[in-house]
Design a protein around this ligand. Structure first.
Ligand code: 5RP
Length: 231
């Protein structure tokens, strides 16, 4: 008797990256997110690069990968709207609300998502959660406000730490810093996102509830499942 090895997380990411091609509209510009799952999508997109006009990218890293594969990259200011934005997530709940920013690209991701009519989330099944908040919440902040914002999170039961890279504060593509906040209970993602975005010095909070997913292509042991959040 032969037993099948379960697909690895990397293989699940490849599956959903390829499945996302069905949402790319020929002749148009596609919004492209950031991360290891999106890298699989970018690699698959290279196979249809002659059928699209190009991409709007959410990070320097994705821009470099797109260009290396011969896909034209447009500035977000050059487009009025996009049909679709394709990106990963650190967590996604049963209503399409997400936590994002594990790759520090949350601000540009939210901007490109806001341009798009549909947000197609691509994720392996480990990202699907009952409620947001297990993954430390990324928040992009103006550096001089970091400690003040950390104290405000502490007052609501969170523990914020400055994200480091090579022992130094990580600097985002926008020249800012990232706080990762543990211990939060995000029961109302829409209200939470609105509330934190009001705090002085917060550039972007990594809850994507106002820009939630329209659909999620979820990589599972049984194949790609489509979760539709549009209704
Ligand atoms: C980057 C993001 C990514 O979408 C998120 O971190 C998921 O990444 P990966 O596909 O590598 O698991 O929000 O800022």
């Amino acid at each position: 008797m032969t037993t099948m090895n379960p697909l690895t997380q990397d293989e699940l990411k490849t599956l959903v990256g390829q499945a996302a091609l069905q949402y790319v509209v020929p002749g148009e510009i596609v919004g492209v997110g950031t991360g290891s799952t999106v890298n699989k999508f970018i690699d698959a997109l290279a196979g249809m690069k002659d059928q699209i006009k190009g991409a709007v990218s959410s990070s320097v890293a994705s821009t470099e990968r797109l260009k290396a594969l011969g896909i034209a990259v447009f500035d977000a200011n050059e487009v009025e709207s996009l049909s679709v934005y394709i990106d990963g997530a650190d967590e996604i709940d049963g209503r399409g609300h997400m936590v994002k920013g594990g790759g520090a690209a949350l601000t540009r991701e939210k901007i490109v998502a806001a341009l798009a009519a549909r947000f197609v989330c691509i994720a392996d099944e480990s990202k699907l959660v009952q409620a947001l908040g297990q993954f430390p919440l990324p928040v992009e902040v103006i550096p001089m406000a970091a400690n003040h914002i950390a104290r405000r999170f502490a007052a609501m039961g969170g523990q914020a730490s400055l994200r480091l890279k090579d022992g130094q504060p990580l600097v985002t593509d926008n020249g800012q810093h990232i706080l990762d906040v543990k211990g939060l209970s995000i029961t109302d993602p829409l209200a939470f996102e609105s509330q934190i975005n009001q705090w002085p010095g917060v550039v972007t909070v990594g809850v994507f509830a106002h820009q939630k997913a329209t659909v999620c292509l979820l990589g599972t042991a049984q194949g790609v499942k489509t979760l539709d959040y549009s209704r």
